[in-house]
Design a binder for this molecule. Structure first.
Ligand code: 13P
Length: 284
């Protein structure tokens, strides 16, 4: 069933868990993610990132996401990830997305506040929720090429700024920077857990971790204990799908059919998403 982000975050809060927010840039990723959620009976967030417009347009993927969310037998929020401009956010809301992220993190603080307030006002008309970001989580073009390195400490979210930002914008969830980056890590991530606790205490808001791929189960658990309630995850699932396709293609002797390629990708992405969901839900 299609639900708002607020509903999903309430469930996460009640269960002291985080809900996985999986970027779906292909039908295989979408189907694998929903199958994983239904098998584990877990609520889930399926999200489309504006940067994936070059893989498949929002107009094509969005209606399929909403339709499949409505038919799912677990709560599913359909979210726009890293919406960079307000027109694009409006497009997602018009398609029936129940949550949007306005990413003004590259702007100065006042401009980020002003634009986020517009996004909140727009989303309210649709009964949708809003996530916004302060701090910086590395390059935006997460996924196939990966991130260039560690997060820069000077870009970590300032808890006092977070408090002011949340108070002035009225957002539902805050994406914070505390050591994770989008894409593949070149060195092991070192997370600053105290930042999570401080933001949580001051801003009293569900915290969103971006760059979930490559974080260890122990670190996920610590982040969740301190108040992370939504975990964005993409690169490792996409990589698992690609690696399984490669393995089968390498082993094949003779013709390879694309419908098999799609199935190999979907199976591996589903398994990877399922493993992540189990950690986020405290099932292991
Ligand atoms: P990863 O691709 O590093 O898992 O991050 C995904 C993300 O944060 C999307 O916003």
């Amino acid at each position: 069933m299609l639900v708002s982000m607020r509903r999903i975050l309430d469930l996460a809060e009640a269960n002291k868990q985080a809900i996985g927010a999986f970027n779906v840039s292909t039908l295989e990723g979408l189907m694998g993610t929903l199958q994983a959620a239904e098998e584990l009976k877990q609520p889930v967030i399926i999200q489309f990132a504006q940067v994936h417009e070059s893989i498949i347009p929002l107009e094509v993927m969005g209606p399929i996401m909403v339709d499949m969310a409505e038919k799912a037998n677990v709560p599913v929020c359909v979210h726009l990830d890293h919406g960079e401009d307000l027109d694009y956010i409006k497009k997602a809301l018009d398609l029936g997305f129940t949550s949007v992220m306005y990413d003004g993190s590259a702007l100065d603080f006042e401009k980020n506040v002003a634009n986020t307030c517009i996004a909140v006002e727009m989303a309210e008309e649709y009964g949708a929720s809003v996530e916004a970001e302060i701090g910086c989580m590395g390059r935006e073009e997460f996924g196939s090429v990966g991130a260039e390195g560690d997060a820069v400490e000077s870009m970590y979210t300032d808890p006092n700024e977070a408090k002011e930002f949340v108070g002035r914008t009225g957002i539902d969830a805050l994406a914070c920077s505390f050591g994770t980056v989008h894409g593949l890590y070149l060195t092991e991530p070192k997370l600053d857990f105290d930042i999570i606790s401080a933001i949580r205490e001051k801003a009293q808001i569900p915290i969103v971790m971006h760059g979930g791929s490559g974080v260890s189960p122990e670190d996920f658990r610590e982040c969740i204990k301190r108040g992370v309630r939504k975990i964005n995850y993409y690169t490792y699932a996409a990589k698992a799908g690609g690696e399984n396709v490669k393995k089968h293609c390498d082993e094949a002797d003779g013709v390879v059919y694309f419908h098999d390629v799609a199935a190999w990708g979907r199976e591996a992405m589903k398994a990877d998403v399922m493993a992540a969901m189990k950690v986020f839900a405290g099932m292991e």
